[in-house]
Design a protein around this ligand. Structure first.
Ligand code: GLC
Length: 395
């Protein structure tokens, strides 16, 4: 049996959540047994290269970005799908050149291209699912089509949460949950090591009410709910000293950012827009509170774990991935997605109660260790290595 060579296929090279999760996952897998294949040039190539990960870019005249899968009309969907299938054929040659033993598709578009590419390269296709395949995101018909398609073409699925897995068909398919973890330095024992860190790297102690700093981290996109957050913040009893909205706009979301800026000014809120940052950790370490405010069920929510690791008191929304991360009242707070008044109440509670913040943040730091990406790396490596009929016989 050939040794594992897993090729990950991504339709975008923008540093959005799923792509950053792939970066960390691949870094946690055995060196030299992975490669990442992109269909456009972009910042992810630099980030991967900086970690010594093998990458390739394959482009054709077909621009997969021009096609949006969510709630698209049937005609544009068919035109787009045809383009993706043709691109898949080209990709198949590269997958073969890379001597892949398995192809892992990291998005719905990648599944379409990957189905053809894997066929051409005679390797099994695995679907790494970062989105809940539900009607909220895709509409009823499309969600059904994607679920069936995934089931037909993929030999196995890797889901980023139990909730994501539950949104798929997995009958007679290998399926695992591999949480997009956070990275810890090797052999780092929480308490002992934290006190050994230089002062500036230690998580910030919690500040008094009027001094608090809040971070909201994530791509600026309507379903991430930053507008709802600003409106909820406008109603709090004690305003924080500063709020950082950390996140870029990648997929034509600039008008949304402009709208947020207008809100923040009109409501006279102390908000700083940082734009995209490669590593939000320094903002998280600086903040007392992290707010995650997605208005649709978040598939996983890496930022919630990152905030917990950095020592923030966290507010996150349910339903969705955060429910698998946060135990409310113990290591964070959960509020109902889209409920502005509830978010205001949670903000009031945390801002006012410094002691509660300390308690939640301490427990959160401990909880974050359950999301060590090293474990996800093992789960995925085992799944990919153990796939039956790994290499189809060459004809
Ligand atoms: C997507 C999901 C997000 C998840 C990430 C990594 O960006 O929306 O919830 O954390 O993928 O799997």
């Amino acid at each position: 049996m050939a040794p594992l060579k897993a090729v990950f296929l991504a339709h975008t090279a923008a540093p959005s959540g799923a792509e950053l999760a792939t970066l960390r996952l691949v870094s946690a897998m055995p060196a030299g047994q992975t490669a990442v294949l992109y269909t456009e040039d972009g910042p992810m190539l630099r980030l991967m290269a900086a970690r010594g990960i093998e990458t390739r870019v394959v482009t054709t005249s077909f621009d997969s970005r021009a096609m949006t899968i969510d709630k698209a009309g049937i005609r544009s969907l068919l035109v787009g799908a045809t383009g993706l299938l043709r691109l898949g054929w080209t990709l198949g040659a590269t997958v073969r050149d890379l001597e892949a033993t398995v192809l892992v598709a990291g998005s719905t578009k990648a599944v379409l291209m990957g189905a053809v590419a894997a066929r051409r390269a005679r390797v099994p296709l695995v679907w790494h699912v970062h989105d809940r395949v539900s009607r909220d995101y895709f509409g009823r018909v499309l969600a059904l089509v994607i679920r069936v398609l995934g089931w037909v073409v993929a030999r196995a699925v890797i889901a980023n949460s139990g909730g994501t897995l539950a949104s798929l068909y997995t009958w007679r398919r290998a399926a695992v949950v591999a949480y997009p973890g956070v990275e810890f330095p090797p052999d780092n024992d929480t308490a002992a090591d934290e006190s050994a860190l230089p002062r500036e790297q230690r998580p910030q102690e919690q500040r008094p009410a009027g001094e608090t700093i809040i971070a909201v981290v994530g791509r600026l996109a309507p379903w991430k709910g930053q507008d709802l957050f600003l409106r909820a913040l406008a109603d709090v009893k004690t305003l924080p000293r500063e709020v950082f909205l950390v996140g870029g706009t990648f997929f034509d979301e600039e008008p949304y950012r402009a709208e947020l800026e207008v809100h923040a000014t009109a409501l006279d809120l102390p908000v700083t827009f940082t734009g995209h940052v490669d590593d939000p950790e320094s903002y998280l370490r600086h903040a007392d509170i992290l707010v995650h405010c997605s208005v649709l069920p978040e598939p996983f929510g890496q930022v919630v774990v990152e905030g917990m690791r950095a020592g923030c008191a966290v507010i996150a929304t349910r339903p969705g991935g955060p429910e698998e991360i946060v135990e409310p009242g113990v290591n964070g707070l959960l509020v109902t997605a889209g409920d502005r008044a509830e978010l205001t109440r949670a903000l009031d509670t945390l801002i006012a109660d410094q002691e509660l913040r300390v308690k939640l943040a301490d427990a959160a730091r401990v909880r974050s260790r359950d999301f060590d990406v090293a474990e996800s790396g093992r789960i995925v490596t085992d799944l990919l290595t153990g796939l039956p009929g790994k290499r189809w016989r060459r004809g």
